[in-house]
Design a protein around this ligand. Sequence first.
Ligand code: ADP
Length: 224
Amino acid sequence: MNKILEISALTKAYNRGKPNEVQVLRGLDLTVQAGEVVALVAPSGAGKSTLLHIAGLLDTADGGRIAICGEDMTAAPDRRRTAVRRNQVGFVYQFHHLLPEFSALENIVLPQLANGVPQAQARRRAMELLASVDVADRADHRPAQLSGGQQQRVAFCRALANAPRLLLADEPTGNLDSQTSDVVFSALMGLVRGTGMAAVVATHNLDLAARMDRVVRLDQGQVA
Ligand code: ADP
């Protein structure tokens, strides 16, 4: 079995040692295989974002172990963590965070150029990704000229631009109406299924959660 994300005994508190300390994760274990899409479900404040940020190497835990694609990242130097985050991890947030002054296409080209991909190849891949989520005809539009659902589909393409092995999505349909959520979620599943990547998708939407391979509930800082 091809384990993309392995987390064990993860602990995380904010304001450690202070009167306002919040213990968020309390010995959490989670393994996600290649090709598996996991729904992360919990009430607001339960620690979903905290977990995704640690899994995506944007933040560090207080204790426990995290490995990505079999490589232990727990004590890896910052340079290595940055390289793995860039190459193996894609992030999508509730709000698209696309660069407003660039077109949809350019938003997907730029992360590839930063990774040393030649311009023509980067543009070709960006167009393919846009076509796969049905937004190719909006390639030259800026984010503000796109609907919320289109913006979010472009954000998925950007997250996948450098072909990561792990996609982490934090309430990716959280600000969309239910019909648009459905379109965006189907696009996400299509992209993930097409690549065999692993995905963890935090969501409040239990209908969407039920369409994923596995539902993981956070309770008291652990997987319930
Ligand atoms: P979720 O994504 O499930 O809504 P979060 O991971 O954002 O939950 O937050 C978990 C808990 O940690 C909440 O109680 C939140 O207030 C707290 N928290 C999150 N980030 C910080 C921070 N930077 N400093 C202090 N407390 C934080």
